[in-house]
Each structure stands twice: as structure tokens, then as C-alpha cells.
Design a protein around this ligand. Structure first.
Ligand code: ADP
Ligand code: MG
Length: 426
């Protein structure tokens, strides 16, 4: 569990344009967000894939790649000759020392860049931006670093005052929640209002002390053993988008080897690790209310060039897929319930984001069903509220929150709001 230093939530006093950068796992996003007294708006959102070699290369080349895209984005939006604040969403375990100071504890998901663990990520980003910035182009000022769950919670809180939990189920899985200061043993600061702080649970790491071993299968164990971070992120490996298809592939292989599936013939494509996508699993789960297993058969034909499957094979494939996704949903619900029990509030809204939860046809429903079951004997009501792009949007809100106090003079030019700072000497 990590402190985030985020304590106050937005109050509509934020104004101006802000940049947000969201580095999550699969893609990274650059956003331009505008706050006026009456509304907040995402003016533009650009998405880039991170090339594979950059995930395992040097930290410097990763940050240079990102900085280049940020500057190009800012230039495209004619943010020339201005200072613009940027909120950075960085969805990896961070030890935070302040709102804009955080060292990386370790890489997760599919990242393993050198020279970043143990270093201040904000400094690395600032240095990369500095290398790309010239006099005439924008001065991008990194003012805050947050986790994607925190961003999701903050943008959820803007819509719903009961929102006290943030949840991400995408490439990885994590959550955060609002905790009372009095419950934090070693709160390093004063106890002024608001007497709360957002805690990043990093619950993807749950199970590293073997507490989940009683439900881990042979496939969970082998996946972990052969992963780039063996022994780590045990819960995440049972619930998130990056790993579910790999579990599925491993179970299929076992059943083929035992002659239960496809007459014992292995389709060649299945031998490649991480070759199945989560969207295929979503498609197979769409057969939940059909008896024909039509989608499952389509996926099998799409995935494998040569594979003779029977109706029974299709049914087995559907069932394996379904058990894996449903188990993930139930484990996620269990995590949320553990947080909800801690929170002294009857109505609890959970802001969520992440493609697995947003795009899978049933996972969200299964999570809700399980939560209803857990809470049926209590007076708690738990609601899931979507916070699309919340992870990045939240970073812009935090950037705006930081600037609220020390906001420089604002000028309007060509209908755009600019902040003129002493840096420009105007
Ligand atoms: P990130 O976690 O990298 O910030 P996302 O929230 O978009 O990004 O999550 C991406 C993950 O979502 C992918 O790794 C994949 O596992 C999963 N995903 C993508 N498309 C689908 C889909 N159609 N159905 C279910 N899961 C999906
Ligand atoms: Mg994300």
C-alpha cells in the first residue's frame, strides 16, 4: 500500500488548459484538457503504442520516445511559447515522496527497462522533455505524478460524491481508495483538513506471500514461473487482461495433450506463448446465452489455420474460457468487497476503467452480482461507475489542482486560454 499525496478532490475552481500523459501498459495516451468555471472537457486525446524493443531497452530511450510524442502533440495544438502544466499517470508501483516526486519500486506487466527502478520517474521524464524542448516550443512543466487508479478515482469523484474507490482492470489490475488519516500509522504530515488521503493498494501484488496458494492452479503456477517477474503480481496474474489469455492457452494445451480436445492434435499457433488475445476471450464469452457456440467456433477458425474441432470441443473451449473470466470477475469482486468493508460509508461508488472491464461482455456484470451477494446481509450499496479515459483525465485534474493555488495570469488568444508566466517575461 502506498500513499499518493492526493487529498483534496476537485471543486470546479480549476481553470485553464492542461496536458496529461498516461503510461499504462499497452498504449500511452496524451490528452489536452480544458477547465472552465462551468465545465471540463477533453479537447484531444492521442494514443500511441509502445514498440516492443522500448519495453525492454534503456529507460532513457523509453522516456525520449514519450517526450517526443508529447512535444509533437503540444506543437500540433499550437501551444507554442507557453508554459503548460502536465499531469503524469504512471501505472507502476511507485514510492511517492511528494506530488511530483516518485521512485519506481519495480516494473510490472510487460515492462523491464533498465535504469529506472529506484530512480525518480518525474525527473527522468523532465530530463527527456528538456532534451526535446527548444525556445520557441512549449515549456511543459511536469507538476504531478499519479497512478491510473488515482486518476480514475478523481475523475469519478467529479461525477459522484460517493466515489471513494478507483479500479483498473486492463493490461494489469490495481485499485485505490480514500483512507482516513487516523488509520495511517505513520502519516508523516500534519492532520489538517481534509483528514483523508488516497491510498494506492497495488493489490496486483496480493498473494506474493503465498496467501492465494490455496486457489492457485497448476496453470497459474506455470504461467508465473515462466513470466518476466516470477513470484510477483500473483493476484494480477489471475485477473488481468495480459494474463487471462495465457492461462487459457495453457489449459487448452493440457487438455489437448491428454487427448480430451481436438483429438489430441495441437494447432501450431497454440504453441506460441501469449498468442491468444483477450478480445478473443470476450468473443467466446458472448456465447454465454447461446447454445450454438457460434462465436467460439468463429474464434477457433480465426486463431488456428488447421484445427478439426467437434461441437463437444467447442463447448469445452467455451467452458474453459468462461471459468477463467468468471474466476477473474469473482476475485475482483472479492478485492472490492475487502476495501468496501474498511470504508465507513453506506453508499460506495467504484470508478472503473481499463479495457478488460469496459469491453468484456459480462465481467462487469459478474463483479456486480458477486458484490450484491457479499453485501446482501449488510446495509452497504456498491455501485460501479465508468470513468472512461479517467486515468489520464484524472492526471490533468491533479495538475489543475496544483496550479489552483499558484495560478499565473491567464490570457486568451485566438479563443484559447494561455497561462503567461514570468518564464516568458511578458
Ligand atoms: P492499459 O492497461 O495498458 O492502460 P487498457 O486499459 O486499454 O490499457 O487495457 C488493455 C488490455 O485490455 C489489453 O492488454 C487486453 O488484455 C485487454 N483488452 C483489449 N481489448 C479487449 C476486449 N475486446 N475484451 C477484453 N479485453 C480486452
Ligand atoms: Mg491504463
Amino acid at each position: 500500500m502506498f500513499l499518493t499525496y492526493v487529498r483534496s478532490l476537485p471543486n470546479n475552481e480549476e481553470q485553464g488548459q492542461y496536458l496529461a500523459l498516461d503510461l499504462g501498459g499497452t498504449n500511452f495516451r496524451v490528452l489536452l484538457v480544458e477547465f472552465t468555471s462551468s465545465k471540463q472537457k477533453i479537447l484531444d486525446c492521442e494514443r500511441h503504442e509502445i514498440p516492443n524493443d522500448l519495453r525492454f531497452g534503456s529507460g532513457q530511450s523509453l522516456f525520449d520516445f514519450i517526450a517526443e510524442r508529447v512535444i509533437q502533440f503540444a506543437i500540433r495544438h499550437q501551444l507554442v511559447g507557453v508554459r503548460i502544466a502536465l499531469g503524469f499517470t504512471f501505472s507502476f508501483p511507485l514510492h511517492q515522496h511528494g506530488l511530483a516526486e516518485a521512485t519506481l519500486v519495480r516494473w510490472t506487466k510487460s515492462f523491464n527497462c533498465s535504469g529506472v527502478v529506484g530512480f525518480d520517474v518525474v525527473r527522468l521524464l523532465k530530463a527527456a522533455l528538456k532534451r526535446k524542448m527548444h525556445k520557441s516550443i512549449p515549456y511543459v512543466d511536469v507538476v504531478a505524478i499519479i497512478n491510473d487508479t488515482t486518476g480514475t478515482l478523481i475523475s469519478g469523484a467529479l461525477m459522484d460524491k460517493n466515489c471513494v474507490i478507483g479500479l483498473i482492470v486492463g493490461t494489469g489490475c490495481n485499485s485505490c481508495y480514500v483512507e482516513k488519516l487516523e488509520n495511517i500509522e505513520k502519516w508523516p504530515f500534519n492532520y489538517s483538513e481534509p483528514r483523508q488521503v488516497v491510498i494506492n493498494t497495488e493489490w496486483g501484488a496480493f498473494g506474493e506471500n503465498n496467501v492465494l496458494d490455496f486457489i492457485r492452479t497448476i496453470w497459474d503456477r506455470s504461467l508465473d514461473y515462466e513470466s518476466v517477474n516470477a513470484g510477483k503480481q500473483i493476484y494480477e496474474k489471475m485477473v488481468s487482461g495480459m494474463y487471462l489469455p495465457e492461462l487459457f492457452r495453457r489449459v487448452l494445451l493440457t487438455l489437448i495433450e491428454r487427448g480430451v480436445l481436438f483429438n489430441g492434435h495441437v494447432p501450431l499457433e497454440l504453441l506460441r506463448p501469449y498468442s491468444i488475445t483477450t478480445s478473443s476471450m470476450s468473443k467466446i464469452d458472448m456465447d454465454t446465452k447461446l447454445n450454438s457456440f457460434r462465436n467460439t467456433k468463429t474464434v477457433l477458425s480465426e486463431l488456428f489455420v488447421r484445427c478439426d474441432y467437434s461441437d463437444v470441443d467447442a463447448k469445452i473451449v467455451f467452458m474453459i474460457n468462461n471459468r477463467i473470466t468468471q474466476r477473474a470477475a469473482y476475485l475482483i469482486a472479492t478485492g472490492i468487497w475487502a476495501l468496501a468493508k474498511r470504508i465507513d460509508q453506506t453508499d460506495i461508488s467504484v470508478a472503473y476503467d481499463g479495457s478488460l472491464l469496459c469491453l468484456h461482455p459480462y465481467i462487469k456484470l459478474w463483479v456486480e452480482e458477486k458484490l450484491n451477494k457479499f453485501s446482501s446481509s449488510t446495509n452497504k450499496k456498491i455501485r460501479l461507475i465508468p470513468s472512461h479515459d479517467g486515468s489520464g483525465y484524472g492526471a490533468a485534474i491533479v495538475a489543475a489542482l496544483c496550479y489552483r493555488e499558484k495560478r499565473p495570469k491567464i490570457v486568451k488568444r485566438n479563443g484559447k486560454v494561455y497561462e503567461v508566466t514570468s518564464f516568458l517575461n511578458k
